[in-house]
Write a protein that binds this ligand. Structure first.
Ligand code: UDP
Ligand code: MN
Length: 508
């Protein structure tokens, strides 16, 4: 393999990579979560359905030469070749030339043979496309940073390597970024099927997060619904982003915001870390509804790369300790399992320096101002009760706990450790009972199966099997629809007798 200088005017480094053994190549090539043979039969240049509504077509973005331009950065690791090529072609075909400065590919240590020489030769035939080879695989954070540093345009647009952009995808993004370096924007991500390569219903629009530290689709928040005049087309604030598709001002991100947390390796949670950083340190994150990009969501287990050992936990820990602060960290930490508490997550001094320099706001501010519809703020902020559910009988020191699959009776823990022992509960005004270390679910009692479980909560009001009432008078914690009582002594629901009497031991 030869080293090749792709663009004499820039400092791209093309590194020679070792070719992996054939068996490894074959294994990787057959494992990417996509129907590769079908993909290979689909033209690289093809029309895709435009999902933006008619109102978007009427938006006038003015003189495009007055908008910032962008360097598109694709990072990839062992991507299926035709899927990668179609991603590149869609950007070349559907971006106004004034807005697209270049496309930078960053090979994150791929071992698949089809991404070697063949790729070098192929992109040499395309306009505006450059390639950086990482010496060894680092993960998407370092790979994207390498692409961003090399970018020549004012803004950088990061895309996953298995996407197809739709008509007029770039104009809304660049138009929103004009004149304000602190605006980070994301498109609507439309689902494309990994087996058929046809568009799927659904995708990702606005995102919040679950306390297990993964992004989670949310509707437009109440605070924003009143502010937005044209839901078709106006920017919509998003607490976090899905991560694979966004545009950001290059200089502001790399030199003011400090870029990504490079302690986050391979894959995962960088999207939450970056979203918190943006909002808390002076930026905004908005979804532009007229900008739409298809993303091929892989079938389960189809990643063409391996994510080593405890990377996932370390990435989450860095995000939690970096940004959540003591008050909120415990809700996330308690979901990671006991081993996580003693896992080394490295040094956070880079994050602290940025927070100090930019006087970043704290997570309480984020929760109340950016993500007020979060369950912790919305339905639990004014919880009727919050604490341990203790047996009222003074001779018993039993508390209700919630093991992996059901309710249990356990010796009471101290207030500061109760969350880790699954003994900390919230009872909301609406009557939802939640376990503090699994806040996104509700405690459910099935009267037919006679057992407690944790299930998805009702969207607007409690589901009948999840509605509870506590009365301080008779000290019963009642399951509303059956009228039976939850007892810390049996750890389940049954007769409302004196042994079922409950006292809340409040946690402030
Ligand atoms: N990626 C990478 N190095 C890694 C992991 C991922 O370059 O170690 C790339 C991957 O090829 C893709 C992007 O990062 O372009 C996001 O990963 P992926 O699409 O697999 O994540 P998903 O969309 O499945 O969450
Ligand atoms: Mn992806």
């Amino acid at each position: 393999m030869r080293a090749m200088q792709l663009d004499a005017s820039s400092d791209f480094v093309v590194v020679v990579r070792p070719v992996p053994p054939l068996a490894e190549q074959r294994k990787l090539n057959s494992q990417h979560g996509f129907n590769a043979s079908l993909s290979q039969s689909i033209p690289l240049n093809r029309d895709v359905r435009n999902k933006a509504g008619a109102e978007c077509a009427l938006v006038d973005y003015g003189d495009l030469s007055k908008l910032p331009d962008t360097s598109v950065v694709f990072v990839f690791c062992n991507e299926e070749q035709s899927v990668l090529y179609r991603s590149i072609h869609s950007v070349l075909n559907r971006s106004p030339p004034q807005l697209l400065r270049e496309i930078i590919l960053v090979d994150d240590g791929s071992s698949a043979a089809h991404l070697g020489d063949e790729l070098d030769k192929y992109i040499a035939t395309l306009p505006k496309v450059k390639l950086i080879r990482q010496n060894a695989r680092t993960g998407l954070v370092e790979a994207r940073l390498a692409g961003m540093r090399a970018a020549q345009a004012e803004t950088v647009t990061v895309l996953d390597s298995h996407i197809e952009v739709q008509e007029r995808w770039l104009e809304p993004l660049m138009s929103r970024m004009k004149g304000d370096e602190t605006r980070v924007v994301i498109p609507i991500i439309d689902g494309m099927n990994a087996k058929t390569f046809k568009d799927d219903p659904g995708g990702i629009q606005l995102c919040g997060f679950l306390w297990s530290m993964v992004e989670h689709g949310i509707p437009l928040q109440h605070k924003d619904a009143a502010m937005i005049q044209s839901p078709c087309c106006d920017p919509q604030p998003s607490p976090v982003m899905a991560g694979g598709l966004f545009s950001i001002n290059k200089n502001w991100f790399l030199n003011t915001l400090g870029g990504y947390d490079t302690g986050i390796s391979f894959w995962g949670t960088e999207n939450l870390e970056m979203s918190f950083r943006i909002w808390m340190c002076g930026g905004t994150l908005e979804m532009m509804p007229c900008s739409r990009v298809y993303h091929v969501f892989r079938t389960m287990g189809g990643k063409p790369y391996h994510v080593p050992g405890n990377t996932g936990v370390v990435n989450k820990l860095r995000t939690i300790y970096g940004w959540l602060g003591e008050k909120y960290a415990k809700y996330a930490l308690s979901q990671l399992g006991p081993a996580a508490l003693s896992t080394d997550y490295g040094d956070l001094s880079d994050v602290r320096r940025v927070q100090e320099k930019l006087q970043c706001k704290n997570f309480d501010w984020f929760m109340h101002n950016v993500y007020p519809d979060n369950v912790l703020i919305k339905s639990l902020g004014d919880a009727q009760y919050h604490g341990l559910i203790k047996a009222a009988d003074p001779t018993s020191s039993k508390c209700l706990a919630f093991t992996r699959t059901s309710g249990a009776s356990q010796p009471c823990k101290t207030k500061d450790t109760a969350i880790y022992s699954k003994q900390e509960f919230f009872l909301s005004k609406m009557g939802e009972l939640r376990l503090a270390n699994q806040l996104d679910d509700c405690i459910d009692f099935s009267s037919t199966q006679r057992r407690l479980s944790l299930n998805a909560c009702g969207r607007y009001r409690p589901i009948a099997s999840q509605e509870w009432i506590y009365s301080a008078g008779d000290q019963f914690l009642k399951h509303k629809s059956t009228g039976e009582c939850l007892s810390p002594i049996t750890g389940t629901v049954g007769k409302c007798d004196s042994s079922a009497k409950v006292e809340w031991d409040p946690i402030p």
